[in-house]
Design a protein around this ligand. Structure first.
Ligand code: SF4
Length: 431
């Protein structure tokens, strides 16, 4: 069964410029689960280990997701709960304790271990949060203490980027408290190369900044009631809520994808910290010029091309804004798994008038719309890419967008290239 409704929504924070039609669908979905986030999270937090508590399916998913990424390091594993463990929860907890013991004995450098829940019903019955507190207490006395936390990467009613949201939300209570001090927290996993560029620009603007998650679990940033934060990723609703409960305040901004989005993102921080306009322009101008030059190289290839987004990564709306405004692409449909009206308000205000935004999915109906539209490029998950390619369509895997450094001025050209490449390939095949 699926339900379809279409209701008008006006983007907050935008000039009054008509209504965006939003199609809401609740039907069969084609998405990866939140375990996928481990692939980029374990690269970011370099002293953390992710122990998936799951089934053989989860282990296979992790292997194939990690296989998409080059330079994967084995700081994750799956504790497979066999049938025999499930007769009693006590057995399952003992098995889990043994698995944690084996990991920590082999990897003494690990300072933080995440127990990552999955969706088999046997795992759902386990109280992983309680297991995490029990195990943290058990390892507290050793020379090398380790913090053990739990979150769910389950694929039930979630999409693959929500694994990061659940992980960071589990980390928020661990952030140290500070009584005062105005500072900026950048929230969301960014590749180190992007983080370094951002840190440099914030430094030149005179804005004290920390990044969450940090590269080391022992360097968690502190929060105070004067902390403001910028979301670096659009899929962190639960983390944002947890930060607000700690007193932090979100700055309204677009996301740092493309030159315009990155400029708006930095501008929001500059404004909040009282950076003079002239100083802001002086600091960002060189990077902005490099970004514009990088994007310009791909405009001819992409301008006028029609693009269709299936809902998958939750990056779809900022990407659509970038592709339409900076590269002149025509948006046929912009599908997103979830639409956080508040976090996406600035982005929605920048989309072209009347573009179809869809939230949720009824995959068969959406495939029909896509086939009828025959777009030049389809952005979708791995499960849909091959069937659509076999029907003659050109596709881009959305998962590649979270495994690649794409944020910031200096990556704007690379981001454009990710969309140009499948069209170039198709052109070569047709010659
Ligand atoms: S969808 Fe569920 S069972 Fe499948 S890999 Fe993800 S967590 Fe494991």
């Amino acid at each position: 069964m699926s339900a379809v409704s279409c209701e008008p929504v006006r983007a907050e924070g935008s000039a009054p410029r008509g209504h965006l039609p939003i199609l809401r669908e609740r039907g069969q979905r084609e998405v990866f689960c939140g375990l996928t986030g481990i692939v980029w999270l374990h690269r970011k937090i370099q002293d953390a280990f992710f122990l998936v508590v799951g089934s053989r399916t989860c282990a296979h998913l992790m292997q194939s997701a990690a296989g998409v990424m080059i330079f994967a390091e084995p700081r994750f594993a799956t504790a497979i709960l066999e049938e025999k463990d499930l007769a009693g929860l006590t057995d399952a907890n003992e098995e889990l304790d043994r698995a944690v013991g084996r990991v920590l004995a082999r990897r003494p450098e690990i300072k933080m271990l995440f127990l990552v829940g999955s969706c088999p019903s046997e795992v759902i019955k386990l109280d992983l949060a309680r297991a995490a507190s029990r195990l943290t207490a058990a390892y507290a006395g050793r020379a090398n203490p380790v913090k053990i936390l739990a979150y769910s990467g389950s694929g039930i009613e979630t999409t693959f980027t929500q694994g990061e949201d659940a992980c960071l939300a589990a980390l928020v209570p661990e952030l140290p408290a500070r009584a005062t001090g105005k500072d900026l927290l950048v929230v969301g996993t960014l590749p180190d190369v992007v983080e370094d560029q951002f840190r440099r620009l914030f430094g030149e603007l005179g804005i004290p900044v920390s990044f969450f998650p940090p590269r080391r679990s022992t360097a968690l940033p502190a929060v105070s009631p004067e902390t403001t934060y910028l979301l670096a990723q659009p899929f962190l609703a639960t983390t944002a809520q947890a930060l607000e409960l700690r007193g932090a305040r979100r700055l309204k901004a677009p996301f740092p994808l493309g030159v315009e989005g990155t400029r708006g993102w930095f501008a929001a921080a500059a404004q909040a910290f009282g950076v003079p306009e002239a100083r802001f322009r002086e600091v960002v101008a060189p990077a902005e010029a490099r970004g514009n030059a990088g994007v310009a190289r791909h405009r001819e290839r992409l301008a006028g091309k029609r693009i269709f987004f299936f809902p998958d990564s939750q990056l779809e709306i900022p990407l659509a804004r970038f592709l339409s405004r900076e590269l002149g692409m025509e948006l046929v449909e912009v599908g997103t798994p979830y639409l956080h009206q508040d976090h996406l308000a600035t982005e929605l205000g920048l989309l072209p008038e009347g573009v179809l935004v869809s939230e949720g999915q009824d995959v068969e109906r959406q495939l029909d719309r896509c086939r009828a539209a025959r777009p030049d490029l389809v952005v979708c998950g791995l499960g849909l890419a091959n069937p659509l390619e076999s029907e003659g369509m050109t596709t881009k895997w959305s998962i590649e967008l979270v495994f690649t450094p794409v944020q910031g001025f200096d990556q704007a050209g690379d981001l454009a290239e990710l969309f140009a490449r499948p069209l170039v390939r198709k052109g070569l095949l047709q010659v």
